[in-house]
Design a protein around this ligand. Structure first.
Ligand code: AMP
Length: 348
């Protein structure tokens, strides 16, 4: 699948999630840009001068069709994967796309599959929440999740078998799941949820810490606005649907561990899913009251929380002279590897 590009490539992504950041960053690094745009979303994307070319599709899944892939290859493009791509296509479909991908497309399967995900995180020696195998073993507060990347939708809290059964029944009745085996039961970690954005460069063999955010989720983040008296008198089933992101900086003393976790993660990916993880990734977890980081997820590609830092973050400002978003950092890596004829190090 690796295809060395002779002509200067164009940078392409699908219109959602962090596409504006990616294409703006590509333009800042001197690339031509292509957006794969659902027709119904054109009203948003028509506004931005840094988008050079728009390829219209009815649905994102259209890019599985040969004529679209041929057109993108004629345009000589590299596709930058993000969360909307993996929300719309399954791992087999992603692995089969005949367009050069930035990063390791095979690791996206490890992001989508809860068991593979946990294996990789444990191999990276991250602290992960304990998981409960069956509802009969639930003896503490748990956050019950759907298998696969669901972005917080449908999650519910369970503290015993009955609360699990109630939550599960609601999901079955509303058609979200078919059976309780579709659920995954990690313990709930109390503390503050934090999302750590990294970039690994195979050219320099360095991990760069690019920024950190917290999420603003509906309606769990709205519940604190309801006084406790009213909370106790109405049934509230919180959901964790991401609405946006909030910037954050960490205590400087936490940075050493942040870098250590990023470096261990890169090594684990190189061992389990060669060639590893060229490009951006995110470790997602909770800092407990003892400031220990318990990691409940990773994303093996750019995350939408990086949209906060289109003009650079407090951390990227320490590493780069330019205003360096993660999208721009991707373009810079492609530019460097193209001029050294090392594109095969960053593409699959
Ligand atoms: P996820 O889809 O796994 O990224 O999770 C969505 C949201 O659920 C996160 O932003 C957290 O607020 C929350 N969450 C997920 N897993 C845990 C956990 N094990 N403990 C506490 N909160 C969690």
């Amino acid at each position: 699948m690796i295809k060395k590009k002779q002509k200067r490539p164009k940078i392409c992504t699908i219109g959602s999630h962090c596409s504006l950041q990616v294409l703006k960053g590509a333009k800042d690094e001197g690339f031509s840009t292509i957006l794969i745009c659902e027709k119904k979303r054109y009203n948003i994307y028509k506004r931005f001068a840094f988008i050079d070319h728009i390829l219209f599709v009815d649905r994102f899944e259209n890019i599985l069709e040969k004529p679209y892939q041929d057109r993108l290859n004629e345009l000589d493009c590299i596709i930058i994967p993000h969360g909307t791509l993996i929300a719309n296509l399954n791992s087999d479909q992603i692995e089969g796309i005949n367009i050069p991908f930035f990063g390791n497309r095979f690791i996206l399967r490890w992001e989508a599959d809860r068991l593979l995900k946990e294996k990789l995180m444990r191999s990276a020696r991250l602290n992960v929440p304990n998981t409960v195998k069956t509802k009969d073993e639930i003896d503490r507060l748990c956050i019950v999740k759907l298998r696969g990347a669901a972005g917080g939708r449908g999650y519910f809290m369970a503290w015993d078998k009955q609360s699990f059964n109630e939550g599960c029944q609601r999901l079955v009745n509303s058609g979200v799941i078919e059976r309780e085996e579709d659920l995954y039961i990690p313990e709930y970690i109390q503390g503050v949820p934090v999302f750590l954005h990294y970039f690994y460069s195979p050219l320099s063999d360095e991990v760069e810490f690019m920024g950190v955010d917290r999420r603003y989720e509906s309606d769990i983040d709205g519940i604190a606005r309801i006084p406790s008296k009213q909370q106790l008198n109405v049934t509230i089933e919180p959901t964790y649907n991401v609405i946006g992101n909030i910037p954050l900086v960490l205590r400087e003393s936490l940075l050493e561990e942040v870098y250590r976790m990023g470096e261990n993660f890169v090594k684990a990916t190189q061992k389990l899913v060669p060639p590893g993880i060229p490009g951006p990734f995110c470790l997602e977890g909770v800092y407990t009251k003892d400031a220990d980081f318990i990691s409940f997820e990773f994303s093996a590609r750019i995350v939408a929380g990086t949209n906060l830092y289109i003009a650079g973050s407090p951390y990227s400002d320490l590493l780069f002279e330019n205003e360096m978003s993660t999208g721009r950092r991707i373009a810079l890596e492609i530019k460097r590897s193209f001029s050294n004829q090392q594109l095969d190090k960053v593409l699959t």
